[in-house]
Write a protein that binds this ligand. Structure first.
Ligand code: 8YV
Length: 320
């Protein structure tokens, strides 16, 4: 039987691409450029399956343009906000994601963002790198200590839980807001807040780990930022759309927020030049899951989902 044709629009690890090539008739994107909408439609239309990243936007328009040949979108990401799930369902296209395998890597980046923001990591690094470190005093580059402070988690899913566990390593007191309260063995003594507002009031550090949906878009804005304790720190490793960046900039400038550590932005790639001008931001280019180990695991998980689908079994991580 002919192997199913699989489009892989971005460069994945050698091990993932080798396994894909063993089991599928693979179409690669050799120079790893981001497909235009038309290119995404054209290339996907010649495949039975696509293994995209969050950089490929399967909007309702793109999905509507796909022929029936395309049976499954097996994402190389846990987030699925780049795929219109309702449109995929309506068209009978199966959609999967890659949960679990990136939780440790993303939690590491969340902690890096927290510490980078709290201890002025970007400012210090830039100063030394520029040869501009010409003075030292006990009053110099004083930041915020996070040890023993309150760590607020919005979205206590897998990444949120691992990040909370790492924060406990700093003696932080964990609070969270989630759609549902977790059972004791997952909650591990953290304090559940029924409302976002209640969580905000006690979060010295607020870390975002919820999915980006129409409902969660802009949830961090002037109103909600004002509910944080004065001098709080915002960490976002989830999605840029959760934060109103103009309101965040105002809160960073006024001192309502001490600092922000961000791995994700409303505009990607690129980020926000106004956030980049501020000395109290620690900014990374969406690298939460970017370790060789995790990239392998994400690719293998996506291939596991494809293998199950083409073997006529339900893929483990089906989201639509
Ligand atoms: C990835 C992500 O960088 O999984 C997600 O939702 O945002 C990131 O882990 C990316 O999607 C890799 O394909």
């Amino acid at each position: 039987m002919a192997k199913p044709k699989l489009l892989i629009p971005r460069k994945l690890t050698d091990a993932v691409q080798a396994r894909a090539a063993r089991d599928y008739d693979v179409v690669l994107n050799e120079d790893d450029h981001v497909f235009s909408k038309d290119e995404l439609i054209a290339k996907s239309s010649e495949a039975d399956a696509v293994l995209p990243c969050h950089s490929e936007h399967f909007s309702a328009e793109v999905i509507a343009a796909l022929p029936d040949r395309v049976k499954i979108i097996a994402n190389h990401s846990v987030g699925t906000d780049h795929v219109d799930l309702e449109a995929a369902k309506a068209k009978g296209i199966v959609v999967t994601n890659t949960p679990d395998v990136l939780s440790d890597a993303t939690a590491e980046i969340a902690i890096l963002c927290m510490l980078g923001a709290a201890r002025r990591g970007a400012e210090g690094d830039a100063m030394v790198r520029a040869g501009a470190w010409d003075f030292w005093s006990p009053a110099f580059m004083v930041g915020r200590q996070v040890t023993g402070k309150r760590f607020g988690v919005v979205g206590m899913g897998r990444v949120g839980q691992v990040t909370a566990e790492r924060a406990r390593g700093f003696g932080m007191e964990v609070h969270y807001h989630n759609r549902r309260r977790l059972p004791d063995h997952l909650e591990k003594g953290a304090t559940f807040h029924e409302t976002l507002e209640s969580l905000l009031a006690v979060s010295d550090v607020l870390s975002l780990h919820c999915p980006s949906t129409p409902e969660s878009a802009g949830m961090i804005n002037a109103r909600t930022l004002a509910l944080l304790p004065a001098g709080a720190i915002l960490v976002n490793t989830a999605r840029g759309a959760l934060v109103d960046e103009d309101d965040l900039i105002a809160a960073l400038k006024s001192g309502q927020l001490f600092a922000a550590g961000l791995d994700v932005f409303q505009t990607e790639p690129g980020g926000n030049p106004e956030l980049a001008k501020l000395s109290n931001t620690f900014l990374l280019p969406h690298i939460g899951s970017a370790t060789d180990q995790t990239r392998d695991a994400m690719g293998f998980r996506a291939l596991d989902n494809l293998d199950a689908f083409f073997a006529g079994q339900p893929p483990k991580d089906r989201v639509a």
